[in-house]
Ligand binder design. Sequence first.
Ligand code: SF4
Length: 459
Amino acid sequence: MHVAIEDSGSLVLRKPEMELIAKYGGPVPRYTSYPTAIQFHAGVDAATVNGWLGTLRDAGEASLYLHMAYCKSLCLYCGCNMKVTNKQDTITAYVNVLIDEMRRTAALLPERLKVGAIHLGGGTPSYVPMKDLRRVFAVMHELFDVKAGAEISMEIDPRQLVDGMPALLGELGFNRASLGIQDTNSTVQNVIRRVQPQALNVRAVTQLREAGVQDINVDLLYGLPMQTPETMRQTVADIQELRPSRIALFGYAHVPWMKKHQAVLEEYNLPDAEARLDIFNTAVEALTKAGYVAVGIDHFCLPTDPMAIAAKDGDLKRNFMGYTTDAAPVLLGFGASAISQYPQGYAQNITAPADYLDAMEKPGLPIARGVAVDAGDMARRGVIEQLLCGMRAEGHALDELLVQRERLNDMVQDGLAEWQGDTLRVTEKGRPFARAVAACFDAYLGKGASTAGRHSKGV
Ligand code: SF4
C-alpha cells in the first residue's frame, strides 16, 4: 500500500522527552525485515530455498546484495559481520566462492532474472582487489539481466580506496557510493580506532564524482565515546563540504556481550542517555539547517534525492539495507551472512566467513536459517513498513493486527501517535519512537528464548 508522508518532520527531542525515552526507548527491532532475524530457524534450509528459487518465473525485478566480508582493520564500534585480513589472496579466495554461489543460485532459477539494483556491503567492499571486482561484475552480467540504469551502489571506506578504484567503479556502472565516516573529530576517531582525516573523505568524494559516481551517501554515528554536541556540530559542518545527497544518522549500538571488542570503549566517556540525546539533537538541528529533510527514523536527504521524493510519494521501502527506494519483491543475497528475501520468506547464509567457505566446498547453497511468511506476517510487515517509512498506516485491518493495544493506547495518551479514523499516525513528537509504535504490531516480540539483548535501544 502506498502511503504519503505529510512533511519532512522534525526528529528533535527535548529534555522532557527523557521520561518518554525511559518509558518507550527500550530495545526494539530495527524492522529491516518482518518477522525479524530472531525468528529465523534451521527449518528453512537449502532444500527450502531451492524450491523458492524454482518459483521465480515472471517474478519482476530482483535486487542483488553481495556481502564482502573482509576489512583491513577493526573499528572498535563495529557491529558488522566481518573479518580482518591484510592478505589480498584471502579476499580473492572468498570472491571465488561468492561467484560460485551466484552460479549455483542462477542454475536453480527457471529463467534469467531481471536485476534493478545491486548493492555491495560488508566488511569493506572497497578493499576488494580491482581484478576481483571486475570478475564479479562479468559473472553477474553473464547470469542476470542487469537493467540499464540499475542503481549500483557500494559501501566505501575512504581509507581503503586505492588509486584507480573510483574509475573502475564508474566503468562498472556504479552510480551511488555510501561513505562510512561516523565522526570527523580526531579524538573520537582515535578512541574508536578509525583514524580518517577529512582530506581522505574529500579525495574519495571528488574522485568518485569525477568517475561518474554522482550520488553520495554518508553514514554518521551518534553516541560514540568522547563525542559532544560540539564535535557533532563540527562533523556535520565537515560533511557539508562533501554535500552528500543522503545522510544516515544511526545511534551507536553498544552490545559488548555480542561484539566483545566494543568493551574497550567502556574505558572512555560513553555518553549516557541524556548526553546521547544532546548529541542527536545537535546533529538533527545542524542537518535541518543545512537543508536536509528527515526521512523515516534515521535518514536525512536533500529534497531532490530519490529517497526524499519516494518518502513524499509514499514509495519508500525498508529491507535488510535499511531504507531504500528499491521496491523489488525479490532480493538475492550472496556471501557470508547475506539474507535473501523471496515472496515465500527469508533465508540467511551461514554467518562466519570461515564456515561459509567450508559449506561451499560441498554441493548446494550455504543456507543456515530462515523463516517462511504467512498472510498474517505479510499484513503486519506492511503495517510496520508503512509506519517506519511514512509515519502512518491505514486500513480497518489495523485493529485486528494490533498486538499491544494497551501500550499503543499509552503512546496515544503521551502524544506519540494518534488515530484519525482508520489511520494511525506517528506524530512529530513520536517520530523518534516510530520503532516502538511499530512494535505494537509485532506478533513475535518477546517470543523465543534468545531475544534478550539482541535489539538495540529504540531511541
Ligand atoms: S570498516 Fe566497517 S565493517 Fe570494517 S571494521 Fe570498520 S565498521 Fe566494521
